[in-house]
Design a protein around this ligand. Sequence first.
Ligand code: ZN
Ligand code: ZN
Length: 332
Amino acid sequence: MARTKNVKLIRTIGLTINFGLTLAAIVGLYLEGVSWFAFGFWAVAAYFCMLTHETFYHRYFSHKSFKTGRKTQFVMGLLAELAPVRGPVFWAALHRDHHRYTDKERDPHSPSSGIWNSYMGWVYQEENIAHNYKNCADLTRYPELLVIDRLFWLPMVLSFIAIYWLGAYLATAAPALGTSGFQLLVWGGFLRVLYVVHIFAMLNLLSHLSVILPKYKQGYRNFDSPDSSRNLWWLAIFGAGVGWHNNHHRYGVYATSKVMWWEIDTTAWVIYLLEKMGLIWAVKWPPPKHIEEAKAERKRQKELRQLQRRARKNNVKDEIEAPLGGSNKEAA
Ligand SMILES: [Zn+2]
Ligand SMILES: [Zn+2]
């Protein structure tokens, strides 16, 4: 009974964050519009939250790409909750399942369970909300993490109050900025949270879409990983490195998702900085062989493409399989 009540409550909070904030943002944009200050505040705040999510929720809590102290770990959890996609333990539990069962039935947000479920619906499913956290014993042994996991909405709400106050103060102290309490709340609060929520939602859906659409060829694969993951450059730019998803699926434990020189991963920069500051240690940077493996795979793909082109040119319908990661065939 208590469990059902809890699931209902968490689902309501989640729906309020996603749909309530969307509605509030639309109304707020209509009523308050935008100012350069509010837009700049949003850009900085949204990217900051994207970085905290990717650095702490993903590479630390989920994959343990580095080590840190107990106090720093707690602060990391709180910072990432400024734009919550639920709490750090929940996020890690579900994400570890995603890596363990990628593209399979138990993958919590595989596109094969439906577009909506992959995009956002998975957060509201009872079996996910009431996850037993058995795959997160390394995190559940810290009671303070379980407290902030349950109160995942609180840092966000407190930040909303602080941002509203800041906007209201600036409206009188610096009217030339053209902002107000509500305008800054809409941009620096609501739209900041929605940015992070939708970046991860797009990642879940678009980087694995080929599992249901074999002809889907957005992005590329550096590794012949046994799953449908693809690298999407634009998602990597806007999502602080999350878009290098095929790289990440091949070597999820590394502190960087970057492999090729053009793959920018700003989260790795943050991790590097934190390491230099002595706040984290034992960072798992990739060995050079990891790049050699990607180069070999890219070379293989190039040769296969040339073979396919030549076959088409000669009108030869031979048995060259689509080898470029469009489906799970390679995993079979
Ligand atoms: Zn994935
Ligand atoms: Zn991961």
